[in-house]
Design a protein around this ligand. Structure first.
Ligand SMILES: C[S@@+](CC[C@H](N)C(=O)[O-])C[C@H]1O[C@@H](n2cnc3c(N)ncnc32)[C@H](O)[C@@H]1O
Length: 229
């Protein structure tokens, strides 16, 4: 079902200009944009400090980063979200909370390399990315080989990807892709909320729903290792 466009979307987006770093895509063809367009962000200048930078792909309404950035004021966070309607809610919440260590990119993750410098991100969070089980949509899965190649470039050496999902099939698929792309497994559980990793876990909006349905949550932390591309 298509979400109804938010009331006063454009003026409200404009009011969030201080936390929004970029929006849309530089050209229709994402592959061409990713290969040719560069408008790299100066993260030190944007945040006004040298704190480490972490990034969430598909931040949704922003609940995870809102809590994370509150708990960790000495870390900077980038929130990437394709859907303008959705990212608006996240930006308005962050502004209302007065948080200074989060900025937003309203772009598809396919073109992250256009804006984010290589070796600049300490951790990438993939919270409940849509599993997209149809074979025809494999390339769009946020843990497909195509995306892991992008994340590898953005991550610092030893940087990590932290993934949570309710889909065991998607988790298995992702595990195979991490291994192929040169990521080592640092932590893994197929029942996060009955594991030692539950302590300190931030429950996202989607996670709260899955918990209500009694679904176990898979979680893994995967470290970029040297020696590959
Ligand atoms: C299932 S929701 C999860 C939201 C949130 N992370 C949570 O756990 O509550 C997935 C989000 O990822 C976004 N998304 C999907 N594909 C994307 C892409 N290629 N680039 C950026 N965002 C994407 C969707 O618009 C959606 O808001």
């Amino acid at each position: 079902m298509r979400m109804r466009r938010k009331r006063n979307l454009e003026p409200r987006m404009e009011a969030c200009a201080d936390v929004l770093l970029c929006r849309g895509k530089p050209c229709k063809n994402l592959k061409e944009a990713a290969e040719t367009f560069r408008a790299l962000l100066d993260l030190h200048q944007i945040f006004g400090n040298d704190f480490p930078v972490e990034l969430e792909v598909g931040c949704g309404n922003g609940g995870f980063l809102l809590e994370k950035a509150t708990r960790e004021p000495n870390v900077n966070f980038l929130a990437v979200e394709l859907c303008t309607n959705v990212i608006l809610t996240a930006m308005e919440r962050v502004r209302a909370a007065g948080l200074k260590n989060i900025r937003f990119l309203n772009i598809p993750a396919e073109i992250l390399e256009c804006y984010i410098p290589e070796n600049s991100i300490r951790t990438i969070y993939l919270n409940f990315s849509t599993p997209l089980p149809e074979k025809s949509r494999e390339k769009q899965r946020l843990t497909s080989a195509r995306f892991l190649a992008i994340y590898r470039k953005l991550l610092t050496e030893g940087g990590t990807i932290e993934q949570k999902t309710d889909s065991a099939e998607f988790f298995d698929y992702s595990l195979a892709r991490y291994a192929e792309a040169g990521f080592a497994v640092n932590a893994i559980t197929r029942d996060l909320h009955n594991s030692p990793y539950a302590e300190g876990n931030i429950v996202t909006e989607y996670e709260a729903n899955f918990l209500l349905q009694g679904k176990p949550i898979c979680m893994g932390i995967f470290e970029k290792t040297s020696g590959m591309g």
